[in-house]
Design a protein around this ligand. Sequence first.
Ligand SMILES: [Zn+2]
Length: 181
Amino acid sequence: MMEEFDIEFVKLKNGIHQFEYQLNKSFFDFFKNQEVNNAIISVKAVLNKFDNLLQVDIEGTGNIEMTCDRCLSDVSYPVENHFKSIYHLNSIEEKIDEAQEVNLDVYYLSGSQFKINISESIYQSFITEIPMVKRCDDIDGKECNPDMLDKIDSLEETNSDKNEIDPRWEELKKLLNNKEK
Ligand SMILES: [Zn+2]
């Protein structure tokens, strides 16, 4: 867990508290994410503390840079999200176990816990925004780099040329031809 995302709620008075964070590549590196080449994201967390409950509203906006699956150029994706987490304080053990499986955004903390860490939920919120297939043309007005596409095409052609003269293929062809005779 990244320490700068710790919130020691026991030290906070009831009411509203604000926290701000800037995320960059190192944030995604921490979670061993290899898809994100670069990131500039501002995150604002508004925590409302009650006697037995913490309500955390998190908003993030910015850009994530990734590699295009087709032409290997950098693609910058705008990201924007907003989510809420609820932390029930002083919960009893049984409730903690059953509840955490049902809903990931609701947490039950025991009386001995004095802080929460919001880095994992922030990370998850952005990861779900990353598309499975990343392409330049997902972004308005951007197209794949034509020079790179040509290079990739010619590489693929050389690879298929190689297959044709692969000696194993030649052997196989001979065998097939012999059978036909
Ligand atoms: Zn591309």
